[in-house]
Ligand binder design. Structure first.
Ligand SMILES: NC(=O)c1ccc[n+]([C@@H]2O[C@H](COP(=O)([O-])OP(=O)(O)OC[C@H]3O[C@@H](n4cnc5c(N)ncnc54)[C@H](OP(=O)(O)O)[C@@H]3O)[C@@H](O)[C@H]2O)c1
Length: 328
């Protein structure tokens, strides 16, 4: 079958490790299902896999590995499904994100940039008819991350003001759309007018240049940018507020103003993907609110290298979805 995979990772030049070719079609073991992939989205995780850093330990023995940690498709009986990406210890109970043995699709189990993927039955979640198929490809990794950051980690409530660092990123655009739909006052920083305009189109009430001083502190700040924005995030959260860290698109280095954290009683917390319960709740919320996840660009899966290059060079505005099989 068609597959986009890594045979031998390259930590320095990740794109040179990309193979667009053929791999054996997977067979579903008992308790697993086969999904015919219709679309999947590009994530930073795919770049890490190309660099050989995927998985909890970056284990070399997992290669060759098919890329792709989210997606949408159909079961053999035609049921449309969207994929929940986390897997873990069969004996683990409770919050899947806390399982020390958790892995994400394409870390130990072959990923979704292929004609077919096989996953445990619970990971193939029925897709509500109200959510368009291609847009649903981004729900499992990007939108689930945003949902958990907003509603589980920050416990954001209607009427509160949130600050989202980064205007056009995948997780940022999800935070903006979800936050606005949930009745929050959504403030966004972004580099350049075009990116800030996108944030406004998606529901942001106010936007600021990256690094600009805000008129008042926010109840909660959501930071996927990391090194370039963390000190701004900490400075612009209110006393008793929360800074939720979800990534580091600009790097992971940073220093913490310890005095501010304890004197102003600020919570700094991390967030990783989400639970299966949160995924079902996200799907209900998206369907009920009539939300359509913003997609920046749809490319045929064969053109994956083009999309990855755009990601590496920061030339993105919203998610890139890779389309494979048409619906039906
Ligand atoms: N916690 C999780 O489970 C999880 C899930 C998905 C992703 N992530 C991580 O979250 C991060 C973002 O992922 P993504 O998919 O949203 O990436 P993306 O689509 O490439 O977006 C990157 C974002 O970072 C901003 N940015 C990058 N460099 C910046 C700089 N120097 N100064 C200010 N802003 C900068 C961009 O802002 P502009 O819009 O202004 O250009 C953009 O909003 C990555 O580190 C990824 O690994 C974590």
């Amino acid at each position: 079958m068609f597959a986009v995979y890594v045979e031998k990772p390259n930590p320095v030049d990740p794109l040179s490790a990309l193979v667009v070719g053929e791999r054996p079609a997977p067979v579903a073991p008992p308790g697993w299902v086969r999904v015919r992939v219709q679309a999947a989205s590009l994530n930073w995780h795919d770049l890490w896999t190309l660099r050989g850093l995927g998985g909890p330990n970056g284990r070399p023995e997992v290669f060759p590995m098919t890329l792709g940690s989210d997606g949408v498709g159909t079961l053999d009986d035609g049921t449309p499904v969207t994929l929940y990406p986390l897997m873990g210890d069969a004996d683990w109970r409770g919050d899947e994100t806390l399982d020390p043995r958790r892995t994400v699709l394409s870390e130990e189990v072959q990923g979704t940039f292929a004609d077919f993927v096989v996953v445990p039955r619970r990971n193939a979640v029925p897709l509500p008819a109200a959510i368009p198929r291609e847009a649903a490809a981004v729900l499992g990794a990007t939108w689930l991350t945003a949902y958990r950051m907003l509603f589980t980690k920050a416990r954001a409530r209607p009427g509160q003001t949130i600050l989202v660092q980064g205007a056009s990123g995948g997780v940022s655009t999800a935070l903006i759309q979800l936050g606005r739909a949930a009745g929050l006052q959504v403030w966004v920083t972004g580099r350049g007018a075009t990116k800030r305009e996108l944030a406004v189109r998606l529901g942001a009430q106010r936007t600021f240049e990256s690094g600009e001083t805000l008129p008042r502190p926010a109840d909660a700040v959501f930071d996927l940018v990391g090194a370039a924005t963390f000190s701004h995030s900490l400075k612009h959260v209110k006393t008793g507020g929360v800074v939720v860290l979800g990534g580091g698109a600009s790097g992971f280095e940073g220093s913490l103003d310890i005095a501010r954290v304890f004197i102003e009683q600020i919570t700094v917390t991390g967030s990783f993907d989400g639970t299966l319960d949160e995924f079902y709740a996200l799907l209900d919320f998206v369907a009920d609110a009539g939300l359509v996840p913003y997609i920046g660009q749809v490319l045929p899966m064969e053109r994956v290298a083009e999309g990855l290059r755009m990601m590496l060079e920061g030339r993105l505005a919203g998610k890139i979805v890779l389309a494979r099989h048409a619906s039906g």
